[in-house]
Design a protein around this ligand. Structure first.
Ligand SMILES: O=C[C@@H](O)[C@@H](O)[C@H](O)CO
Length: 190
């Protein structure tokens, strides 16, 4: 992923956050990723780590229509994914969709109430709605609206060691082609 694309993503998502009244903290901890796939328009996510403590974590995220966060799971982290602005689609599986034949049946909390799901089901979250994802549940998400602000409130976050993707070609952080100077230092920058 080119540094110019990262810079542009920070500027355009920053405008959208501002427009929606989401004031960012001083020195936001930006994390912009194409999941190592080199196709940010289709596989991309912009994250800001708001709180990172040993017990809990909070993130604010942005995705534009067409950008999927590919299927993955966490072994330790339990998280609420919250649609803050726009509409978000989340696909859920009981097992790795690379191997799951759609037999898994499970329950998950949506807006605090248990609902039944089977592997591959899509959940549409409108602004203000949330889903509680238990460790071991596989999920991918993408906006149904042109742009989407997504919240995450979770137990401890460890992006280096607790993200397991279905696609073995995926890496959590982007490989960066330094075609221009960074406008901010990313979490993944040395
Ligand atoms: O589901 C998404 C989240 O867990 C993100 O916080 C994670 O960084 C995506 O790899």
């Amino acid at each position: 992923m080119k540094r110019s694309e990262i810079n542009q993503a920070i500027v355009s998502s920053g405008k959208f956050f501002k427009q929606g009244g989401w004031t960012l903290p001083p020195q936001p901890r930006w994390d912009v990723t194409d999941f190592g796939l080199g196709n940010f328009k289709n596989y991309g996510l912009i994250l800001i780590n708001l709180a990172e403590e040993a017990e809990y974590c909070e993130k604010l995220m942005y995705a534009a229509k067409g950008q999927t966060t590919p299927s993955h799971t966490h072994k330790k982290k339990k998280e609420d994914i919250i649609c803050r602005t726009g509409e978000l689609v989340i696909r859920l599986w009981a097992n790795d969709p690379a191997h799951d034949m759609g037999q898994g049946v499970f329950q998950m909390k949506v807006n605090g109430e248990f609902k039944d799901f089977k592997s591959g089901d899509e959940l549409h979250l409108k602004s203000g709605e949330r889903v509680t994802i238990e460790p071991g549940i596989w999920h991918e998400f993408f906006p149904a609206s042109d742009e989407c602000i997504i919240g995450e409130v979770s137990t401890a976050n460890d992006d280096l060691n607790d993200n397991f993707f279905s696609d073995p070609n995926i890496g959590r952080y982007a490989e960066i082609d330094e075609d221009e100077n960074p406008i901010v230092k990313l979490l993944s920058d040395k």
